[in-house]
Ligand binder design. Structure first.
Ligand code: EPU
Length: 417
């Protein structure tokens, strides 16, 4: 298995381009199931998770053509409505095929995603929403089986905002008979991107990006060309890395408007953040000031940036309280940071007290999930000596060519096969 080797201590300087967003691409690619025809996608990131959803669609009978940054999905000839365990277990976001399959074919059988390293991650709100739209649902032998002749529009209230839940049900309601109103919906930019794409395919969705989304179902959707939005978490990761190592980094092809929570906190650390139409410049030559963060649904501070920020706080001047409010087990990286000399204690499972230290020390560490791996890369970039990170298959799920991008910025980082 590949490892990442980093010799820390270099300031990052130069320009970096941001790739298409994994968490926007996954629901968009799943949405092609809704269409009897071809959907084309541009700015598709080259990631393991994208390969996983493509293989899942191909297993269902869709035809996929890919070349650099481009994917064409033709779901005209889907001949299977079952997403098997072996494909779903590799990526929980496979649950995103459930609603499109039921909406278009009236029947779906999808392996129930289990928990993962960061939490139990149930899908009860996806299922109760689908039931509200008239589907009957059974869970047997680890599979969700949902049937509905045609889904019927209805009101859906989410107990808490769920990103993939909102996306799944938005796809279901797009082909339902009548109007659905989703309340307490998630507001992430990826939800807006999906609504825009579905509307381009002929859906009638209003209110995406707010907590109330209204969807008037249509009989069918049609082919469209979709461009994937830039990855706000990859952008945030480079922003935090630039602040942590010091230096001057110009981040191109991003959407600063999607990064308010991160920009606000980075500025509070004393980092200079300049925003332009589709780029961000980060300059930092001073010690980092500590700040407290609490992860929240968008537009709050994203849970997907908590691990990277913890690394930054580990070398800050002062103490920082980090409160993880979305997932119950998203501090596994803290134990690896401790091995690199950080001073972190965790109480009640979801509150971390990070006492800044002057320097981190290089060590052999292990990635436990996607964003944890990014936090360890940043730790390696600032630590004295040579850090090696194992289990980087987690990182390959969601960061395109991360070691190449960092080495273009002057980092001493390489992948060791
Ligand atoms: N939840 C429930 N029941 C449900 C659905 C969610 O209790 O039916 C809970 C979850 O356990 C969690 C909270 O609601 O406590 C929010 O979870 P959400 O459903 O919003 O998460 P998700 O849709 O499974 C997406 C991203 C995650 C990101 C979260 C939160 C994708 C493919 N995944 O997951 O991304 O952390 O939203 O923003 O969009 C990552 O990219 O590293 C990643 C984990």
């Amino acid at each position: 298995m590949d490892k990442i080797k980093i010799i820390g201590g270099k300031e990052l300087c130069g320009e970096v381009n941001i790739s298409g967003a994994k968490n926007a691409a996954l629901p968009l690619i799943a949405s092609s199931i809704l269409v009897n025809g071809k959907i084309t996608f541009n700015n598709v990131p080259k990631l393991m998770d994208i390969k996983s959803i493509r293989l899942l669609l191909e297993d269902l009978g869709a035809t996929c053509k890919t070349s650099k940054g481009y994917l064409e999905v033709d779901a005209s000839f889907i001949n299977k409505i079952e997403a098997e365990y072996d494909l779903v277990r590799k990526m929980r976001a496979s649950i995103l095929v459930l609603c499109p399959l039921v909406a278009r074919f009236g029947h779906a059988k999808v392996s129930l995603p289990g928990g993962c390293a960061i939490g139990a991650r149930p899908v009860n709100m996806h299922l109760s929403g689908l039931e509200a739209l008239g589907a009957s649902i059974r869970i047997e032998h680890g599979y969700i089986e949902a049937t509905a002749k045609r889904l019927i529009g209805n009101d859906i209230y989410f107990d808490m905002p769920t990103v993939t839940g909102t996306e799944n049900l938005m796809m279901a309601a797009s082909l339902a008979k009548g109007t659905s109103v989703m309340r307490n919906a998630a507001r992430e930019p990826e939800i807006v991107a999906l609504a825009d794409a579905l509307n381009k395919m002929g859906a009638k969705i209003q209110g995406a990006g707010t907590t109330i989304i209204s969807i008037t179902g249509v009989k069918s959707l049609h082919p469209a060309d979709i461009k994937i939005i830039p990855d706000r978490i990859e952008t945030g990761t480079f922003m935090v890395a630039a602040a942590a190592t010091g230096g001057d980094v110009f981040i191109k092809d991003c959407v600063p408007d999607h990064l308010g929570g991160i920009i606000n906190k980075l500025k509070a650390t004393g980092t200079m953040v300049e925003t332009f139409k589709d780029s961000i410049r980060i300059i930092n030559h001073k010690p980092i000031k500590s700040v407290d963060i609490k992860t929240l649904p968008y537009p709050g501070f994203p849970t997907d940036m908590q691990a990277q920020f913890m690394t930054l706080m580990s070398i800050a001047d002062g103490n920082s309280v980090i409160h993880e409010s979305i997932f119950e087990n998203r501090f596994i990286h803290a134990n690896e940071l401790l091995r690199m000399g950080a001073d972190i204690s965790i109480s009640n499972g979801n509150v971390a007290m990070v006492r800044g230290v002057k320097k981190l020390q290089a060590a052999q560490v292990m990635a436990s999930d996607l964003r944890a791996s990014a936090s360890l890369v940043i730790a390696g970039l600032i630590a004295e000596g040579t850090t090696t990170i194992s289990r980087i298959y987690h990182m390959d799920r969601g960061y395109e060519a991360i070691e190449k991008k960092f080495s273009m910025l002057g980092a001493q980082i390489e992948r060791i096969p």
